[in-house]
Design a protein around this ligand. Structure first.
Ligand code: BES
Ligand code: MN
Ligand code: ZN
Length: 499
């Protein structure tokens, strides 16, 4: 998709279609009213006749509207003006793009970007619009022999802003939106790929591929390297698999020399059968998504590289496949992590924490400003927060606040859960320093408590994205979350206004 930004005069746009919003009941948005005036009240007459109410999700396509230079005008219902918020804005953009793609219009001018959204500025609207365009058009049909080709897909989209003084800020927001969307699409593709294709080796190759395309430094540690580092916990997860483990390190050196980096750590279990503590059959296919934390790190690194973000950011990806097999860990096995702490593996299905703990210890060497891990860690998080919010845990309140705020701004929200020491009790083991499970109560919290034992040396936050990284059911597919949250967090850290 080719994007551009323009200011003013919707009636003078020479384009296949101008999109304007209509509030319920029958109230044209400001750009809509301008077109209506130029058209001698043609549109308001139609509305008065009852052709459209303005209900959210509805559209009306008009041809040959007098007084305009465009071929068509697409009216998009916005719902009631007083209820028009972030979600309604995003939905309206999505409806517009889906409809445009079906009308046969090759290019279009979108005036929805001028609609006021409470507490949000023009840059927010441009960024979110760009994200929603990509979101709406995303398909994963790599393995379909017959693809659902759109007859005449939308190719060019002009986003309008109210005034010329908005142009440069809008261009910046557009650039950010495109970079974040590219990162999300990358993360979605990786997530949607089947487990027999997206292996640890494949993830490592993808990361190495980012060296050429972007100015990222990428290094991959092999099993022998991890053995030398003493990553006994991580390596134990890989014992039942024929796929070799990889430890991926990406660096974006966009900040000043010596400036402490933000470190992102992503869980990269390319398929989670549960191991010897085998998962039940139904929906097990969805465990190909157990590397979505890793995908979100790769996606975020891609986005910030494309934006040339002026910050130092490091991505760490421990990646393995969790399989049963003759060599696999047994319940009761005890392993020694890189930190020296020992772990009794009471359930081989609690493998995410076993690979993350060694990555979190490895992160110490970067003297990080902060470390954020992202993981599809617990089914319990889906029970607690559903598919709306990601679970957030942190050992630093300032960092937690920054992440919650970034999630709000990005419309990729998280909700904080407690990390109190009282929960640590549940991880006691009679034989090792800790067990890898804490029983059914507060399953997401005890998982986070396990990780907290490895992150005492720096500010740290953990995002449990088990409920938000992908969708099940008819619309099964990776969401690209939490790339928006992470990139907004990083943008805010370098002083960009993203609210
Ligand atoms: N990858 C799963 C978590 C998961 C399960 C995410 C379902 C999304 C949907 C993780 O490795 C896991 O299996 N966790 C166990 C932990 C338990 C054994 C303590 C879980 O949540 O059941
Ligand atoms: Mn598991
Ligand atoms: Zn898992």
């Amino acid at each position: 998709m080719e994007f551009s930004i323009k200011s003013g005069s919707p009636e003078k746009q020479r384009t296949a279609c101008v999109v304007v919003g209509v509030f319920e009941p029958r109230k044209l948005s400001v750009p809509g009213e301008i077109i209506n005036q130029a058209a001698g009240n043609h549109i308001s007459d139609l509305l008065r006749r009852g052709d459209m109410e303005g209900k959210a999700g509805t559209t009306l396509l008009l041809h040959n509207v007098p007084g305009t230079l465009c071929d068509r005008v697409l009216l998009v219902g916005l719902g009631k003006e007083k209820d028009f918020r972030e979600k309604e804005f995003r939905d309206a953009v999505s409806t517009a793009v889906r409809t445009l793609n079906e009308t046969g219009a090759f290019d279009a001018s979108l005036t929805l970007t001028e609609l006021p959204v409470k507490k949000r500025d023009m840059s927010w609207r441009i960024r979110q619009t760009t994200l929603m365009v990509f979101e709406t058009l995303y398909r994963f049909d790599r393995y379909k022999s017959k693809k659902d080709e759109v007859r005449r897909p939308l190719r060019k989209l002009t986003l309008s802003v109210e005034s010329r003084t908005d142009l440069s800020a809008a261009e910046t927001a557009l650039m950010q939106g495109q970079a974040i969307a590219a990162g999300m699409n990358f993360a979605k593709d990786l997530g949607n790929l089947p487990g027999n294709v997206c292996t640890p080796t494949y993830l490592a190759e993808q990361a190495l591929g980012m060296r050429k395309e972007h100015k990222l430094k990428v290094e991959v540690l092999e099993r022998a390297d991890m053995e030398k580092l003493g990553m006994g916990s991580l390596l134990s997860v890989t014992l039942g698999s024929h796929q070799p483990p990889k430890f991926i390190i990406l660096r974006h050196d966009g900040g000043k020399k010596g400036e402490k980096p933000v470190v992102l750590v992503g869980k990269g279990v390319t398929f989670d059968t549960g191991g010897i503590s085998l998962k039940p059959g139904p929906e097990m296919d969805e465990m190909k998504y157990d590397m979505c934390g890793a995908a979100s790190v790769l996606g975020s690194m891609k986005a910030i590289a494309q934006m040339a973000l002026p910050a130092n950011v490091i991505g760490l990806i421990p990646t393995v496949e969790n399989m049963p097999g003759g060599g696999a860990s047994r319940p009761g096995d005890i392993v020694t992590s890189m930190s020296g702490q020992t772990v009794e593996i009471l359930n081989t299905d609690a493998e995410g924490r076993l690979i993350l703990c060694d990555a979190l210890t490895y992160a110490e060497r970067f003297e990080p400003a902060c470390v954020i891990d992202i993981a599809t860690l617990t089914g319990a998080c889906v029970i607690a927060l559903g598919h709306v919010a990601s679970g957030l845990f942190a050992n630093d309140d300032g960092l937690a606040r920054e992440l919650l705020h970034a999630g709000q701004n990005a419309y990729d929200r998280a909700w904080q859960l407690p990390l109190w020491d009282d929960y640590q009790e549940q991880l006691k083991s009679p034989f090792a320093d800790m067990a890898n499970i804490g029983g059914r109560p507060a399953g997401s919290i005890t998982a986070a408590c396990f990780l907290a034992r490895y992150t005492k040396k720096y500010h740290w936050a953990h995002l449990d994205v088990a409920g938000t990284a992908w969708k099940s059911g008819k619309e099964k597919g990776a969401t690209g979350r939490p790339v928006p949250l992470l990139t907004h967090f990083l943008l805010a850290r370098v002083g960009a206004q993203v609210g």
